[in-house]
Ligand binder design. Structure first.
Ligand code: ATP
Ligand code: MG
Length: 213
């Protein structure tokens, strides 16, 4: 494929990416929230945007179906990063990965006692590494969304999830009991494309870098 294909997800990443792309002279011709199109032309004839699930962005870029993309650190840690060059932290879609449990659950005691802790999460890799580093034995249950429900329904004792304002936790009577890491979105580039299309990709990367707040 000639030109540049950029993989983006709808929602907050798309919104917060628009000013960064504009700095590279790239303005999508349509709003993915309004259009059903998955391939969107841009103000530059040689650049197009493909709209994919947030967790699928690294996969498209890894296999070269997209030359570059924007993905959360959460998604990149779960993907593993194979075949990806990650030149820039864009400092957008910021939040934190944390452990949350029902208000009143004695997390410190649960961790200290050495008994097994049951955790539900979409982020199995991050959760496994976090608790292994602490020497805490955990049973991990994979979920794909609505993690907050798991402790309330008796599926797990606690969850590992992304939090920004904490409003969703609060609405479900959960509290953040431990922060695991800060999260923001990264620019990712296919390693082979970076070599083959360097003259096209490098100025875009440089313009985006200059626009990071
Ligand atoms: P989907 O909704 O399609 O299942 P998703 O939940 O991963 O996928 P989004 O909710 O759009 O998709 O989140 C995309 C990225 O935005 C996440 O990977 C993360 O990096 C970041 N993000 C998620 N939740 C928050 C939040 N509460 N505040 C800020 N950034 C967030
Ligand atoms: Mg979501």
């Amino acid at each position: 494929m000639s030109g540049i294909t950029i993989a983006l997800s709808k929602g907050r990443i798309f919104e917060e990416t628009l000013p960064l792309l504009a700095a590279a002279g790239i303005v999508p011709a349509e709003d993915p929230e309004k259009s059903r199109k998955l391939i969107i032309a841009t103000s530059r004839a040689d650049v197009r945007v493909v709209i994919v699930r947030a967790s699928d962005v690294p996969t498209y870029v890894q296999y070269g179906a997209a030359d570059m993309g924007i993905a959360g650190k959460d998604v990149l840690l779960e993907h593993g990063g194979a075949g990806l060059y990650q030149p820039l932290d864009l400092k957008i879609a910021r939040c934190r990965m944390c452990v949350a449990a029902p208000a009143g659950f004695d997390y410190a005691a649960a961790v200290r006692q050495g008994a097994r802790l049951c955790i539900a999460t979409k982020y199995i890799t991050v959760a496994r590494e976090h608790f292994a580093a602490k020497g805490v034995h955990v049973d991990l249950i994979k979920l794909y969304g609505s993690m907050e429900l798991a402790p309330l329904a008796g599926l797990a004792e606690a969850i590992v999830d992304l939090v920004s304002s904490g409003a969703t936790l609060k609405a479900n009577n959960l509290v953040e009991v431990e922060e695991i890491m800060g999260i923001s979105s990264r620019l990712i580039v296919n390693q082979a494309a970076l070599k083959m299309k360097r003259e096209l990709l490098q100025p875009v990367i440089a313009a985006i870098e200059g626009a990071i707040k």
